[in-house]
Design a protein around this ligand. Structure first.
Ligand code: PLP
Length: 379
């Protein structure tokens, strides 16, 4: 059996262990320390915007704290892109709030501004003002931020940007994660850079950051003893994980170049194959880190389904994966309202994510190419 080719696997830069050694030498083996502060500063400079960053234990934790800081409470409603990973929506349920799911639009696969407006109007008509809008930059592709922000402004609802997959992506030259009231990032093992597990909140004031750090360290009031006047969480990033993050930030630019090269590889590979389209930026306004390259396969035109291709890859020990199954089609969210048509559903039925790691070798690309060529020439 050939060695497994993963969809997206960790890719160390080389200096991660040095930062971890520093942490051990100074005995900063704790959920705070110089690597945490250093990592936050590195991300702030990288985002190149007037933002503050709080390093946390996970992207999911960052989303949870963003909802709390937006005042989301039991029984409130929060709008969320349906086409996404469950971690975008789960924190809404943690708060006892109700997710209102909205369809995607076909250019970016992200939340459709028109259906977003319709959803908000209808919630208002039903007597509820949504407390926040969660927008996702799927697979690194920036959402239509100008239109989304203008809808959000029209109804005075804060935007939370789930940029877990989009570190390094920009829209009209501005970094994804810096547009909303809050942005969140993830450094899980499969993301463009990793801390083995971790995340961050991006915000626009020291006050918002301080609040996130306070809540992430068990909400301790100022006192010599342990005093609490609200519920806290254990969500801060450890100084060891942040050490990995500092090493990874040194190579982030290279990782973006490598992922975009994988996207170019697929664009060329699928050129001229009927019924297959590679997910690509709709215009120069969009710059995707191409965290994952993905295709749509129209069975009517290609005569084959994305499941056929997935199985052909699997036979050669190559991992590929259907796109995220929309949240409004998930059993756990079956009772949540949904606004839209069937764009997200069609994407799920026809879409496949392909191996996209920055560490894939030339011979691994050759193996991928062989499977694809054989698959599409065989009738
Ligand atoms: C990975 C991911 C998250 C969650 O991040 P964790 O760090 O794994 O908690 C949230 N949203 C999206 C879209 C993701 O891909």
């Amino acid at each position: 059996m050939s060695e497994k080719i993963w969809l997206s696997s960790p890719h160390m830069g080389g200096n991660e262990l040095e930062y971890i050694h520093d942490a051990f030498d100074a005995n900063w083996v704790a959920p705070l320390g110089p690597n945490v502060n250093g990592f936050e500063n590195d991300i702030e400079s990288f985002l190149n915007a007037d933002v503050k960053v709080a390093a946390l234990s996970a992207g999911t934790a960052a989303l949870h704290l963003a909802l709390i800081e937006c005042g989301v409470e039991y029984g409130d409603e929060v709008i969320c892109q349906s086409m996404t990973f469950s971690a975008s929506a789960n924190p809404i349920a943690y708060q006892g709030a109700v997710p209102i799911f909205v369809d995607s639009e076909p250019d970016t696969w992200n939340i459709c501004p028109n259906h977003l407006r319709k959803a908000i109007r209808d919630r208002f008509a039903k007597g509820k003002k949504p407390k926040a809008i969660i927008v996702v930059h799927l697979y690194g592709m920036p959402a239509k931020m100008n239109e989304i922000l203008s809808v959000a402004k029209e109804f005075d609802i804060p935007v939370i940007e789930d940029a877990a997959e989009a570190l390094g992506s920009t829209y009209k030259g501005q970094a994804c994660g810096t547009f909303g009231r809050f942005g969140i990032l993830s450094f899980n093992g499969n993301k463009i850079i990793t801390t083995s597990g971790g995340g961050a909140m991006v915000c626009h004031s020291q006050q918002d950051k301080d609040k996130a750090v306070f809540l992430s360290t068990q909400a301790r009031d100022e006192a010599p003893h342990y005093q609490h006047s609200q519920i806290g969480y254990n969500y801060r990033m450890s100084n060891i994980c942040a050490g990995i993050g500092r090493g990874q930030m040194e190579v982030l630019d290279d990782r973006i170049i490598a992922r975009r090269k994988m996207h170019k590889f697929y664009t060329e590979l699928f050129q001229g194959i009927d019924g297959v389209s590679v997910f690509t930026e709709p215009s120069d306004d969009y710059f995707s880190n191409h965290w994952l390259s993905a295709i749509l396969m129209d069975p009517a035109k290609s005569g084959k389904t994305r499941e056929d291709l997935r199985l052909a890859f699997l036979e050669d020990n190559i991992e590929s994966r259907p796109l995220w199954k929309p949240m409004h089609l998930q059993p756990v969210f079956a009772n949540s309202p949904y606004y839209g048509e069937k764009v997200a559903q069609r994407l799920f039925n026809e879409g496949l994510c392909l191996p996209s790691g920055s560490n894939l070798t030339g011979s691994e690309r050759k193996r991928i190419e062989r499977v694809v060529t054989k698959f599409f020439t065989k009738s």
